[in-house]
Design a protein around this ligand. Structure first.
Ligand code: FAD
Length: 407
């Protein structure tokens, strides 16, 4: 077994949306960067397939939007929902001040492969797959690098800056001792696929009824379905049997009744636990956490990938000039947190409000549901649908690529 050691300006643990985008932006600015990803490829657990208008705008600013949109994807321009028996339009992206006025649905591995292809155009970019960060190198009160395990043996990466972008179960965050605040989530999500027929409704769709929430994302020839359950409730659902579970899905979306049999056993249904938390301080000397490693997001609004990428853009804008000149101070890292903390807090506040006041109550309800007044107003006045469209599509404080390409 080898023991390898490399030195770079920046080492990023985690090749998800946050880590890969930061790697691309830093390499594009002429910085030597090493990304460590523990999996062998990007075909990982489902982590959301949504590419929001703000991310598409970043692609435009990087000059790769046209190429990106050649990859197979679906474009969702409005979002609707059915509450009880009433169907309503809830969000309309047509008025966003962006080049793309839609959410692109693309498997996350295709998105990450695309970012990797772009990043590899720059000589400073290095990605090592099957490299699991296991520890941090700390000297004189400063983080100086990352220890990783690979199939070839141990790898030590020494770096001026270490970035933890290794998701909500972040090892970097745990090893750094940074303290996190758990905001709680009353729900988990069961995730499954059912085939889609040309006669099915066209749009992305949420179905809410007594005690039940089903979200269906149009993925071309199949529906990606998210069935929201009370936190820890999966065992009870399993105990009720697969036949009852299939009937529940068919009750919420009757046109799926002829194909719920595709759920042949429980292995066709994945449990995704939901967590919402954030670090009090996102950094230590020589170390910064971004994306879910700094703030795990609820799936509400499907904005976690978006926020992770916005963190990467802000971090690159602030830190790349410093890394090029030699060093990053804690003040620089604090500037990144200050820049991104407001959008994170504001988004999580909204998610927690919706989790507790809407989703939690729906999951406990037993009678027929009707839409509350604010939702009815969205249905009645189309211009109001611009508000959720903006929150979902752009979020708070959208970031823009400020760094010129060096190559
Ligand atoms: C049920 C559910 C549904 C969701 N749906 C959506 C959605 O539709 N749209 C949306 O925008 N967001 C969604 N989210 C949130 C979204 O998945 C995250 O917010 C987003 O993926 C965060 O990106 P990230 O790069 O910070 O972390 P991640 O995507 O978690 O990426 C972290 C990467 O680090 C790697 N890694 C982990 N540990 C190590 C290690 N020790 N060493 C090296 N590599 C490591 C992982 O393999 C992974 O590739 C959903 C979340 C949940 C729970």
């Amino acid at each position: 077994m080898d023991i390898r050691e490399v030195s770079v300006r920046c080492c990023i643990a985690g090749g998800g949306p946050a880590g890969m985008m930061l790697g691309l932006l830093l390499a594009r600015a002429g910085i030597a960067v090493q990304v460590l990803e523990k999996h062998a490829d990007f075909l990982r657990d489902f982590r959301g397939d949504t590419i929001h208008p703000s991310t598409l705008e970043v692609m435009h600013e990087l000059g790769v939007l046209e190429e990106f949109l050649k990859r197979p994807h679906q474009e969702v321009r409005t979002i609707g929902g059915q509450i009880g028996d009433v169907f309503l339009q809830l969000a309309d992206f047509a008025h966003l001040p962006t080049h793309c006025r839609f959410v692109a649905f693309m498997p996350q591995w295709d998105f990450l492969n695309f970012i990797e292809e772009q990043a590899k155009r720059y000589p400073g970019f290095r990605l090592e797959m099957e490299a699991e960060a296991t520890g941090l190198i700390e000297e004189g009160g400063r983080i100086r690098g990352v220890l990783a395990e690979t199939p070839q043996g141990s790898l030590t990466v020494r770096a001026d800056l270490v970035v933890g972008a290794d998701g909500r179960h972040s090892i970097v965050r745990e090893r750094s001792g940074l303290e996190s605040v758990d905001l709680g989530a009353p729900m988990d999500v069961l995730w499954m696929r059912l085939s889609r027929r040309p006669t099915d409704p066209e749009q992305t769709f949420g179905r809410i009824d007594a005690g039940r929430i089903l979200v269906m994302l149009d993925r071309g020839d199949y529906w990606q379905c998210a069935f929201v359950i009370p936190k820890g409730g999966f065992d009870q659902i399993r105990a009720g049997g697969l036949t009852n579970f299939r009937a529940e899905i068919a009750r919420l979306a009757p046109y799926l009744g002829d194909r719920v049999g595709e759920l042949a056993d429980w292995s066709d249904i994945r449990l995704l636990t939901v967590a919402v938390d954030r670090l009090r301080v996102w950094h230590r000397p020589g170390l910064l956490c971004i994306g879910d490693a700094a703030h795990a997001m609820s799936p509400i609004g499907g904005v976690g990938i978006n926020l992770a990428i916005q963190d990467a853009v802000a971090a690159a804008n602030i830190l790349a000039p410093r890394l090029l000149k030699g060093g990053v101070t804690e003040d620089d890292l604090q500037r990144v947190q200050r820049r991104r903390e407001f959008p994170t807090r504001a988004t999580q506040r909204l998610q927690v409000f919706l989790q507790n006041r809407v989703i939690g109550q729906v999951l406990q309800s037993t009678g027929k549901l009707s839409p509350p007044l604010p939702i009815r107003l969205l249905g009645r006045w189309p211009w109001l649908r611009r508000i959720p469209a903006r929150l979902i599509g752009l979020g708070f404080r959208p970031e823009h690529v400020r760094l010129p390409a060096t190559v």
